[in-house]
Design a protein around this ligand. Structure first.
Ligand code: SR1
Ligand code: MG
Ligand code: MG
Ligand code: MG
Length: 401
């Protein structure tokens, strides 16, 4: 096994030269660091003469956006490779291709999707392809179904839970989703004008009890092999396609966590529209976001239900059970979406849909809407029967006076 060392661009070139498919050993290659995530370093290695390129991603032994004060296992590269393989088996058309892995170096080589666009950037520009949400619903139905007890035998599922236990990255998720934003924690990043609203959340007992239940479910409800970090910056899109990447937070957990992360990011974009696109354009984009949330859920629901018709488990195949189960997943998804809205507004690792709004008063108003909507989703998740009721709540949600 290779000895770990932190890659420079030259190391990434050497690695691509050895293992890059179709890379000529004599070719002139160039590499640039292109990572904009919170954890890793990411190089794009290009062979201009042949028009080939690959992505070389390396896990550092700490969280990049925090620094060495928050050490983090490099085992996350093994987890990411394993999740991409699993999800690639079940939904190859929507999973980034893993081309090579070096466990010792904590390095993955991935197909280069630089010609595609991050869904977040497309949403912010008001240029997201129409079918994206439905495609993501299809991806989620396929990968979550096949990683669950509906498809796997009990023994196979329990072995998968061990393989993907991922304790350190789960602990990071538990902290940044469910703990920090509900206390006065130094990791939080709170605009001074938002502090009174944050302090109200910290004193909101009913809200914190609901968040406790969501955290508890994340801790103990091993429904399926999740992506684990399914925000709109983990999805590349084109007019004709969608590919999910960045699966190092993958773990067994409640299906609603992945669905809620995606829905929460669509709603963060919804909240940012008054700053991203003032006027009618922004209102039209908001209508699209509400439709996209419904399309994502509907496609997930319908595809999962169709797959579950083949479930061989004698108890889980009981008529009506899948519908009951999906109703629970829907409610979970709304709750997790609410926690995503709150943590991305006052916690660590915030999003450009809000923070990229230049005009301060507008940005603050959008952030207040995100906090208000996040709280409402968490508290009202059990009362929103379906997409129409959710759309009505979102459309009605305004910043508090
Ligand atoms: C400290 S980890 C912060 C966030 O970065 C990743 O992209 C995940 O979203 C994680 O929650
Ligand atoms: Mg990421
Ligand atoms: Mg089973
Ligand atoms: Mg990542």
């Amino acid at each position: 096994m290779s000895q770990y060392h932190v890659f420079t661009p030259e190391h990434a070139i050497d690695y691509a030269r050895r293992y890059g498919p179709g890379f000529d050993t004599a070719a002139r290659l160039s590499a640039a660091e292109v990572g904009d995530g919170n954890l890793n370093q990411v190089f794009r290695v290009v062979d201009d003469a042949r028009g080939r390129s690959v992505i070389v991603k390396q896990a550092l032994p700490y969280i990049r956006c925090v620094g060495e004060s928050w050490p983090l296992t490099r085992d996350r590269a093994r987890i990411e490779a394993g999740v991409l393989r699993r999800h690639g088996e079940h939904c190859p058309e929507h999973t980034v291709a893993l081309l090579h892995q070096d466990a010792g170096l904590s390095v993955l080589m991935l197909e280069d999707l630089s010609a595609w666009r991050l869904w977040r950037q497309a949403l912010m520009a008001g240029e997201a392809p129409a079918e994206t949400a439905a495609r993501l619903g299809h991806y989620l139905a396929r990968v979550l179904y096949h990683g669950s007890d509906f498809h796997l035998s009990s023994a196979a599922k329990r072995a998968e839970m061990v393989r993907f236990s991922n304790p350190e990255l789960c602990a990071a998720t538990e902290t940044v989703f469910f703990d920090d934003p509900y206390h006065d924690h130094p990791r939080n990043q709170i605009a001074p004008a938002l502090r009174p609203l944050a302090e109200r959340l910290w004193q909101d007992g009913p809200l914190k009890r609901r968040v406790a239940a969501l955290k508890h479910r994340f801790l103990c409800d091993a429904q399926a092999l999740l992506h684990g970090d399914l925000h709109t910056g983990s999805v590349f899109v084109t007019e004709g396609g969608l590919k999910v990447f960045d699966a190092e937070f993958g773990c067994y957990g409640p299906m609603g966590f992945d669905l809620g992360s995606a829905i929460g990011n669509l709603l963060l974009n919804h909240c940012g529209q008054p700053g991203l696109h003032p006027g009618e354009k922004g209102r039209a984009e908001q209508r699209r976001r509400r439709e996209e949330v419904q399309a994502l859920w509907q496609r997930f629901h319908d595809d999962f239900t169709a797959l579950a018709a083949g479930c061989a488990d004698p108890a889980l195949a009981e008529p009506g059970y899948v519908a009951d189960f999906l109703a629970r997943v829907w409610r979970d998804s709304l709750g997790y979406a609410g926690t995503e809205l709150i943590r991305r507004t006052i916690g660590i690792a915030q999003v450009a849909d809000l923070n990229g709004i230049e005009e301060e008063a507008t940005r603050l108003a959008c952030q207040r809407t995100a906090l208000t909507l996040g709280r409402a989703l968490i508290l009202e998740a059990d009362t929103l029967a379906g997409g129409k009721e959710l759309a009505a709540l979102v459309a009605a949600c305004r910043q508090p006076s």
